[in-house]
Design a protein around this ligand. Structure first.
Ligand SMILES: NC(=O)c1ccc[n+]([C@@H]2O[C@H](COP(=O)([O-])OP(=O)(O)OC[C@H]3O[C@@H](n4cnc5c(N)ncnc54)[C@H](O)[C@@H]3O)[C@@H](O)[C@H]2O)c1
Length: 261
């Protein structure tokens, strides 16, 4: 088929974005708004129900279609209810963006010292949460003859030198495994690994004068910090027909922090 820009459109598609009701200027909010601008009907899902409502309202006021759903991605029953709400509102699901995660709220603990409770809390959200969502939503994708899953990992996974990095590297493993297993069912599974992104959470974690920003300034090829909106183009590629032949990949969107062949 001859290429046309229409292949990036998402009219008639339904997208679920987790972690989309986050702190003010969040990556999930940019993802939900970008998908809606491309024509998708969007389920704005978050533990923070009030935040999710605000983002959904913002999308509908801009002329898009969205609903908000409160969800705890670590709770399989809650995730099932989220999938049910998506089906009831929009008839099914074509796109799942596993963006919810713990990051700014994490203390930088050493692996030899971290309590198993804290370890399990992090892995439950950042890894098992994405699996829960895939388990609830893949059956709906099958009903539509295929779908797209995008997992939000991090430049911090390459290499993993923190507990957070370990969780995001595990999410890469979930991405490649799901890609291989779901490919025959026309479900593409990829990951985006943002660099240091100026969401409210990102700025809280690493203010401009933090040692980590200084470290990045010495090693990043282009600009150290990007904005949530600068991640949206990659997301649209991976969620649309334009990305139909891409699966099992990690896209580092980070100004050249993680450079690899
Ligand atoms: N900001 C950065 O620099 C950066 C870089 C790389 C990757 N990331 C990743 O991008 C994603 C979004 O980050 P952000 O900067 O917008 O932060 P954020 O804190 O604003 O967004 C995370 C969202 O996840 C939600 N969440 C947490 N636990 C949940 C649960 N159990 N169920 C449902 N929702 C839950 C939170 O309520 C929050 O809205 C995260 O996965 C983060 O790890 C961020």
């Amino acid at each position: 088929m001859t290429f046309s820009l229409e292949q990036f459109r998402l009219d008639g598609k339904v997208a679920v974005v987790t972690g989309a009701g986050g702190r003010g200027n969040s990556i999930g909010r940019a993802y939900a708004s970008g998908l809606a601008a491309a024509g998708a009907q969007v389920v704005v899902a978050d533990l923070n129900e009030e935040g999710a409502r605000a983002v959904s309202k913002e999308i509908t006021e801009a002329g898009g279609q969205a609903i908000s759903v409160g969800v705890d991605i670590t709770d399989a029953a809650s995730v099932k209810a989220m999938a049910g709400a998506a089906k009831e509102a929009f008839g099914g699901v074509d796109i799942l963006v596993n963006n919810a995660g713990l990051m700014a709220e994490l203390k930088s603990e050493r692996a030899v010292d971290i309590s198993l409770d804290e370890w399990n809390r992090i892995m439950n959200v950042n890894v098992t949460g994405a699996l829960n969502c895939a388990q609830a939503i893949v059956p709906l994708m099958r009903e539509r003859g295929g779908g797209k899953i995008v997992n939000q990992t991090s430049g911090g996974a390459f290499p993993a030198i923190s507990i957070y990095g370990i969780s995001k590297l595990a999410l890469v493993g979930l991405t490649t495994t799901l890609a291989r297993q779901l490919g025959p069912e026309k479900i593409n599974v990829n990951a985006i690994a943002p660099g240091n992104t100026a969401s409210d959470a990102g700025k809280l974690l690493t203010p401009d004068d933090s040692p980590f920003i200084k470290f990045l300034e010495a090693s990043v090829a282009m600009r150290v910090r990007g904005t949530p909106d600068e991640l949206v183009g990659t997301l649209l590629l991976l969620c649309s027909q334009a990305g139909d032949w891409i699966t099992g990949q990690v896209f580092n969107v980070d100004g050249g922090w993680v450079i690899r062949p």
